[in-house]
Design a protein around this ligand. Sequence first.
Ligand code: EPZ
Length: 431
Amino acid sequence: MEQYIIRGGKPLMGEVVIGGAKNAALPVLAAAVMTDGECRIDNMPDVRDINVLLQAMKGIGATVDRTDKHEVVISGRNINPDEDVDNEYIRKIRASYYLIGALLGKYKKATVALPGGCDIGSRPIDQHIKGFEALGAKVEIINGRIQATADELIGCNIYMDVVSVGATINIMMAASLAKGVTTIENVAREPHVVDVANFLNSMGAQIRGAGTDIIKIRGVEKFNNCEYSIIPDQIEAGTFMTAAVATRGDITIKNVIPKHLEAISAKLIEMGAKISEDDDEVRVRASGELKSTQIKTLPYPGFPTDMQPQMAISLALANGTSTVSESIFENRFRYVDELTKMGAKIKVNDRTAVITGIEKYQGANVSAPDLRAGAALVIAGLAADGYTVVSDIGYIYRGYEDFDLKLQKLGGDIQLVKNEQEIAKFKYKVV
Ligand code: EPZ
């Protein structure tokens, strides 16, 4: 079983280049099957969830030509619309549900296995179903699969009961090939929602308003070829920003869109970090004492829920008492028990964590409970005294490309190990 072993205590210093956004690339790849032409998509992150989705798309007959690590050419011309999207790959990831919106939009039918994904809450799909039904589809859940069919899809007005990234994107995809105009209100405004709208428009869709709380879509007949480049990953960038703060380092994070990082930058500045911005990079420095603050996760442009664990591990090293309220998911504090093994003082009550700052973490054996918490525990290990072994790092592979290699380049003493012998060797090597 692979693990990371980390010798903490060294400030991370240097530069790191951010990859494409996983949560934009997943729906963009799914949407690419909506054309019988070819979509050339680059700046795609080489992470496990992406590779699983590409396998699933091949499984239903999409042509997937991986031209390089970060670029793929996709066409939906050979897809068999009667094929159920249900293979071992598809059940592993949440993003598989984007194939429903894509296939329903194009073929007016889709059968896709119910999604998987990180266990951070119940993660219902009622809003997705509400949108598909409003467009005229019949949606049933049969034998663990979602089956959506429609004689035709007719544009309409939809009001989202919950601000949902996935449902906003899924409904936008289906509506883009419907007849007439669809208006979706109370939508998610995340950068990756805008990226998917831009991608669909590059294939010939007519979508306006993405990034605001109302999206208007005029349906078109079919899509064409396109070339597209995925936006930089806001959450990977934010993860390295908190790594600079937790280890009291100095990191320049390159290939970012600073505007997407505003909520994260604002909170780190409240903690005492120094942040300077350029067109496509941010530099984050922290030294000495960190200040406590309050975090409440909200839909964009609020503080992102995917940055909640990483922020909490930094606040656990700040002076005084901080609070973190998780308003999006009901089970996103599973890392707290692991962090307590490292000396953190955190009390969780329902959806709020009260954090009393400590001087230093002590290294320990911990296990990643999900993707973002896994990354956060690695950062805690880098800030700790002594050695930390992080297990279940397969979660981290789902959303971070070369995470250990990027941290090593910043001076982090972290290594991928496969057994106790390799852990022992790491501990006795002369640094
Ligand atoms: C996306 O999940 C991301 N995943 C998540 O990132 C991210 O945390 C989340 O958006 C919020 O930003 C991908 O993009 C693959 P939601 P998604 O629908 O679409 C409720 C990561 O670490 N809801 O915006 O599943 C839901 O329960 C992952 O990269 C309904 O009630 O999130 C939650 O409370 C973790 N009914 C809230 O909405 C629905 O039909 C937001 O969920 C759909 C959602």
